[in-house]
Design a protein around this ligand. Structure first.
Ligand code: 5GP
Length: 175
């Protein structure tokens, strides 16, 4: 592995505390019926696993995968769905769980895609809101941490498929 210099941004206890706060907020906001949680592969898988175990309301899970056909740290901006959900969301409460909102293009596209299936409600929970490179206006309903910029890895986030396994979130010092 081509090891990069990186420094810790959020440690395990900070992440765990924030995930529990988000879960409490979400549990309080959905009081009737089952929530369908749609995770965006691959980056959100660890966050989603922790979040659903901290949520105190019944939920089911599904996944989508979106490719933007970028390499390294740059996304191409053109979003393509490479895996769709397998559950009917018509009339249901749906929460999209994403790792990072950066340009906003992925979530804007995905929200539009899922809205066409007529869910009862559709909200977004993002672990990290990275605000500096926003290209389209997009605000997540629930945000774990807000950062200005920087390329983050760990806790599910990769750089060329490395670092997903790290339990903390790091910022890469030099790409
Ligand atoms: P957006 O469409 O909002 O520009 O990009 C969202 C996707 O870009 C995220 O789901 C994530 O896969 C990727 N991304 C954006 N910033 C970072 C980052 O700092 N680290 C990693 N690992 N992925 C990022």
């Amino acid at each position: 592995m081509n090891e990069r210099q990186k420094e810790i941004l959020f440690n395990r206890s900070v992440i765990q505390k924030r995930v529990q706060e988000l879960a409490d907020q979400i549990s309080g906001d959905y009081t009737d019926g089952e929530l369908i949680i749609v995770g965006i592969l691959k980056g959100a898988f660890i966050f989603m696993a922790d979040l659903i175990r901290a949520i105190s309301i019944p939920c089911s899970v599904d996944f989508v995968r979106c490719a933007s056909y970028g390499t390294g740290s740059e996304s191409s901006g053109k979003i393509v769905m490479t895996k769709d959900i397998e559950t009917s969301i018509k009339g249901r409460d749906v929460l999209i769980v994403e790792d990072i909102v950066d340009t906003g293009l992925t979530l804007k596209y995905l929200v539009g895609w899922l809205k066409e299936r007529n869910p009862h409600s559709l909200k977004v929970c993002a672990l990290i809101d990275k605000r500096r490179k926003r290209k389209v206006s997009f605000e997540a309903d629930y945000v774990g941490f807000t950062v200005a910029d920087g390329f983050l890895v760990g806790y599910g986030l990769d750089f060329n498929e490395c670092y997903r396994f790290l339990p903390e979130i790091y910022v890469i010092k030099q790409l």
